[in-house]
Design a protein around this ligand. Structure first.
Ligand code: ATP
Ligand code: MG
Length: 636
């Protein structure tokens, strides 16, 4: 079906125009021809963005697991659905076929039913990247329970806040997890979290690391014996299109996490459609997204999007640096991966290492490379393109958010010509708008402003769990009848979008609005620089001035720092202009990052402003220890 699978630029424009002219018809055809419905919808779209209330496929009935599993059993029953690649390369990979996935999901669903979980109940999942994680999501969806996955690197405080916010009655976890050469005591973290979660009555524990743990009587149960006894089939609960599928808290780069609620039908259609097009998935391809299922990228593009397309998706337990920095490339060679989707933070970390890690492996199976999570800077883009893609694989720089459910702006491989640092064009059905400070839409090209979406799309979140007012205030109040993304972007002369960073991070220097991404991109061009982050600090004359935190590559450390400072400002002057020169440049060995690997600029801002007594919530930081080092080295 041509609407579903775009093959060239002309077709993209044709389909895109159609999707804007008549969005309902566009999304209706896609839904009609590519999914299994138990009852057809009464209305494709109903919306009022002032409230905001949005429903897609209203009146339709379905179960998403029938779409992700059951319907593939006849045509692809013995095809591998999930390849599980363990943390330790010497442990055997596991290939789970669609038939086996069906049985595992049904058994798990029956266990949940036995434990009293009912349609609409919230289930907290705090598991490492093992098959049970994907299976548990689908098992919830099978019986209409709402899953709330919490990334298994979060602390007990972050966990109990999320459990209580969603009022979960049951937690699924494991005895522990592997992370490189370390193990993490997940069960211990859960025990600590549950001290302040009175409503959790049951904890199901998967065995992964065989550590000695204490099981609390009447509350904690080993999962495996229950699965062994469970019946192998489970009738799917038929759900309404707009019933919630899951709650997922945003990554926490900017402040208190928000429990975004996604509903079944629209999310399914949107993730399936975007997966198919952005990764140009073909029947026997092996697709690998390195994200954790604890993030939206894992929900949409490890589990739901790929499985709805009957794809083979890799589930990787490990980390890019264990046993060495060749691990990603080894896995690509081993499973002959065709599409590879990762984050700029991983690319930058790997690009810092010697090249022979990637040169050792045969990467010729690769067809498409993807990036998500942060702006990918030009240097990292080229490294990825040259050394991994061998200049032969289109790079899809995909811009989207937890709130959007799926990819919004991205090249379509072989159709959209790519340019480094540009997410390029909106996918069909996505209508971006750039807004100026007065709340007016900037028309035409060569403009830069705040990125909004001016028409509903099926994958959009419907609310924040338990706090619809916050949902409205955060996303729909800045500009009337538009979803405000919180990001800034520019549209170039050809209509391509470049994300310039978060609007909160925009710094006004002498009256000029400066986005963080283009400046960091310029700094990272310096051969001695591995990574950088800039923030503003108050300045008597300019209003604000720029403070740069810069990580050097190994050889950069031996250079005279003042010379480096001059060279960095030279590059900024060449790329952007003297207005963007940095007043202060601090060299550091690390930057504060969220657990999803994003730079947390608000902490750097406090340090630059010398307001270190109140750093705010740092519980979602991956590397809290770096904060002290940076404070000690701060330039006053
Ligand atoms: P929080 O909303 O809690 O502060 P977060 O915004 O980091 O956390 P996510 O929903 O995981 O949570 O991330 C979405 C954000 O990541 C986008 O708004 C954007 O700032 C950034 N982002 C994602 N992909 C890209 C990309 N391809 N290019 C530039 N920025 C991106
Ligand atoms: Mg966000």
């Amino acid at each position: 079906m041509s609407n579903y699978h775009i093959k060239n630029l002309e077709e993209y424009f044709q389909v895109y125009r159609k999707s804007v002219r008549d969005p309902e018809n566009f999304w209706e055809e896609i839904a009609e021809e590519n999914f299994l419905w138990r009852k057809r919808w009464d209305k494709v779209l109903e919306y009022d963005l002032s409230k905001p209330e949005v429903s897609w496929y209203k009146g339709a009935k379905l179960n998403i697991t029938e779409n992700c599993i059951d319907r593939h059993i006849y045509s692809r029953g013995d095809k591998t659905a999930i390849i599980f690649e363990p943390n330790d390369p010497s442990e055997k990979a596991e290939h789970i076929t669609y038939k086996q996935l069906h049985e595992r999901v049904c058994k798990f669903a029956n266990v949940l039913l036995d434990q009293g979980v009912q349609k609409g109940d919230r289930v907290c999942i705090y598991l490492p990247m093992i098959p049970e994680l994907a299976v548990s999501l689908l098992a919830c969806a099978r019986i209409g329970a709402i899953h709330s996955v919490v990334f298994a690197g979060f602390s007990s405080t972050a966990l109990h806040t999320r459990i209580n916010d969603a009022d979960c009655k049951i937690v699924i976890t494991s005895d522990g997890s592997y992370r490189g050469n370390k193990t993490i005591d997940l069960k211990g973290i859960v025990d600590e979290a549950l001290e302040s979660c009175p409503n959790v009555k049951t904890v199901l524990v998967a065995k992964r690391i065989n550590s000695k743990i204490t099981m609390k009587p009447n509350r904690d149960k080993w999962l495996q014996p229950l699965l062994d006894d469970a019946y192998h089939d489970c009738v799917p609960v038929i759900m309404d299109a707009e019933d919630p599928l899951f709650i997922l808290y945003t990554s926490g780069s900017t402040g208190k996490p928000k429990g975004m609620v996604h509903t079944i039908a629209g999310y399914m259609v949107f993730t399936a459609y975007t997966f198919k097009n952005v990764f140009q998935y073909r029947e026997n391809d092996v697709y690998w997204c390195t994200a954790d299922i604890g993030w939206v990228t894992g929900h949409s593009y490890i589990v739901y999007g790929p499985l709805a397309n009957g794809a083979t998706t890799v589930l990787f337990e490990g980390v890019p640096s264990h046993p060495d920095f060749g691990r990603f490339w080894e896995v690509i060679q081993k499973h002959e991966v065709n599409q590879f989707y990762t984050a700029p933070t991983a690319i930058r970390a790997l690009a810092k290492e010697r090249l022979n890690f990637s040169e050792k492996y045969n990467l010729s199976s690769l067809k498409i490379l993807g990036s998500v999570g942060e702006p990918i800077n030009e240097e990292a883009w080229h490294w990825y393109n040259d050394n991994i893609g061998k200049k032969n694989c289109p790079i899809v720089d995909t811009w989207w958010q937890t709130e959007t459910g799926g990819i919004m702006i991205s090249p379509i491989p072989y159709a959209t010509p790519t340019i480094p640092t540009y997410a390029t064009l909106p996918l069909p059905g996505v209508q971006p708008a750039l807004m100026d400070e007065n709340g007016d839409e900037l028309k035409g090209n060569l403009v830069s402003g705040r990125l909004c979406i001016k028409f509903p799309w099926p994958g959009m979140a419907r609310t924040i769990w338990g706090n619809h007012d916050r949902y409205r205030d955060t996303y729909f109040s800045a500009y009337s009848n538009k979803y405000f993304t919180g990001d800034g972007a520019l549209r170039d002369s050809t209509g391509y979008y470049r994300i310039t960073g978060r609007v909160d991070d925009v710094i006004i220097v002498s009256g000029h609005n400066l986005g963080t991404a283009p400046i960091e991109d310029a700094i990272n061009e310096h051969p001695a620089v591995a990574e950088s982050a800039i923030v503003g600090f108050p300045h008597d004359v300019k209003g604000n001035a720029l403070y740069g935190f810069v990580i050097l590559k190994e050889f950069g450390e031996t250079r005279v720092h003042d010379n480096l400072r001059n060279e960095i400002n030279q590059i900024i002057t060449e790329h952007i202009g003297p207005i963007a020169k940095l007043d202060k440049i601090q060299f550091t060995t690390g930057l504060p990052k969220t657990r999803s690997g994003k730079i947390m600029r608000r902490i750097l801002r406090k340090i630059a402003e010398n307001q270190t007594s109140n750093l705010g919530d740092i519980s979602t930081l991956l590397n809290p220890e770096i904060v002290q080092e940076i404070m000690d080295g701060a330039i006053k």
